[in-house]
Design a protein around this ligand. Structure first.
Ligand code: ATP
Ligand code: MG
Length: 448
């Protein structure tokens, strides 16, 4: 106690981490994934230290079920791999080992040192470009983002090892960044998004000092490589808490950097309703373990931008189909700049968007052709969302819902009469010597 006081007065660092015994924390060993326990015990038997670390420990302490398990060890990747039958070393810059046990993948990483403090490996905004040095457990804890993410659980002793008062912060239900907030966000601006995502997902607050600089530093998101931003955005949208996350992103001033015009869309009453519904539906699907398509989600998030761009072009006299095509190009180009949406993803988004005007055509063969499209189901779900948000008449969605399940006869009866000029019949070239049956119908031979 006195030692601690003297250290505090002298501004010295505490002596080592807190080691919290089983009696003083709530992690029950039998709630931990057997694969993660096995990985730790194999590493222990081989003479290494090994801990469950990061999000899994945090979630277990909060009584939530971890999504995946990370193990941190002092063994090097090439020492880890031979200990397991199915293990692969991945990552070029910083190599980690994926150990696969009974369908489960456990990510095993060697303790890493904190980011290089010199300026040589940072960009002009302070973003760390290289941090690929192995280190001690203490260094490993220091380079983690939030105190609640820097807790280590040792399955052998059932102790929680706490270097940065993560347990106290969890009790206060708050996320506190380790070290100086401005420096840490500059090193990696994605940490700002992680703060928002994890806080929304776990119902935690962001500690005042960790929250304060976010608004000002938000533009740094623009320097993050697009593939990384895409990954983080996907995690955020698929978290089962997308609505809460997007709301919080807006509150923290982070939304604009992510989906450049999200704020504009959210300011339009129909756009806001549409996006809100899409996110709520996604959260519901994630929570009930139903599949969610990222393409559908991104198509929904950007739909009102596409619509606005397309309408603007139509106003200038462009034909609707061409206007839509050009609007899609325009919007996707801006987004891909920031987010690195994959080609496969944008191809599906385009299909879903292009099919929307085709739902208006309910005569002749067109509805049958639309129904046969491989993307029909997704495009129809999209239409349903448009109807629910008030963008198109509910009657249109109901018509399509019935048409899908109706039998042939009902379908024929449902078709609407052809409107406008009838499509021209193809002329048949007359065979030489053939005469027309009726003079009035006669078509002159094309001059050749
Ligand atoms: P979840 O898996 O629930 O999304 P998580 O915190 O486990 O949350 P991961 O991406 O799995 O997130 O990362 C595992 C751990 O790695 C984190 O808990 C944290 O300790 C560390 N970490 C992840 N990203 C960063 C980062 N950008 N900066 C510093 N440490 C990080
Ligand atoms: Mg994790």
């Amino acid at each position: 106690m006195i030692k601690k006081f003297i250290r505090k007065v002298l501004g010295l660092k505490a002596a080592g981490p807190k080691r919290v015994p089983r009696a003083k924390h709530d992690i029950e060993r039998n709630r931990i994934s057997p694969a993660a326990l096995k990985v730790c015990s194999v590493l222990h038997e081989a003479g290494f230290s090994a801990y469950v670390v990061g999000g899994a420990v945090r979630d277990l302490l909060l009584g939530a079920t971890p999504k995946d398990y990370d193990v941190a060890t002092n063994a090097r990747p090439e020492e880890v791999k031979p200990l397991f039958r199915r293990a692969i070393i991945i990552g070029r810059r910083f190599r980690i080992v994926h150990v696969i046990l009974n369908q489960e993948t456990v990510e095993v990483s060697t303790f890493r040192a904190a980011a290089d403090t010199s300026d040589t490996h940072k960009d002009e905004h302070g973003r760390v470009l290289r941090d690929n040095v192995f280190g001690t457990q203490e260094e490993d804890a220091l380079r983690r983002d939030f105190s609640v993410n820097a807790l280590y659980y040792d399955p052998a002793t059932e102790e929680v090892i706490d270097f940065h008062d993560g347990l106290a912060d969890l009790k206060k239900r708050t996320m506190r960044i380790i070290g100086d907030p401005v420096t840490r966000y500059r090193e990696d601006p994605v940490r700002m998004l992680r703060a928002v995502r994890l806080a929304a997902k776990l119902g935690l607050s962001i500690e005042t000092g960790s929250r304060a600089p976010i608004k000002k530093l938000a533009p740094l998101i623009g320097n993050v490589p697009p593939p990384r931003l895409f990954d983080e955005m996907l995690k955020l949208l698929m978290s089962g808490h997308a609505s809460a996350c997007v709301r919080r992103l807006r509150d923290e001033g982070l939304s604009e950097g992510l989906l450049p015009l999200l704020d504009v869309i959210l300011d339009q009453p129909l756009g806001e309703r549409f996006v809100t519904l899409a996110l709520a539906q996604t959260d519901e699907r994630v929570k009930t373990d139903r599949p969610v398509s990222p393409a559908f989600l991104f198509a929904a998030l950007l739909w009102h931008e596409v619509l606005a761009a397309s309408k603007a072009r139509e106003k200038k006299g462009e034909r609707p189909a061409l206007a839509l095509e050009a609007a899609m190009d325009e919007v996707l180009e801006t987004q891909c700049d920031k987010l690195a949406l994959t080609r496969k993803l944008t191809a599906t988004m385009r299909e879903v968007w292009t099919m929307q005007p085709r739902f208006e055509q309910r005569s002749g063969q067109r509805p049958y052709r639309l129904l046969e499209s491989p993307r029909f189901r997704m495009a129809y779900d999209f239409l349903a969302l448009r109807a629910a948000s008030g963008e198109v008449a509910e009657e249109l969605e109901i018509w399509w819902r019935s048409f899908q399940s109706a039998n042939d006869e009902t379908r024929r009866a449902m078709l609407q009469p052809e409107s406008g000029p009838k499509p021209r019949r193809r002329r048949r070239r007359k065979k030489p010597g053939e005469t027309s049956a009726s003079g009035a119908d006669a078509t002159p031979e094309p001059a050749s």
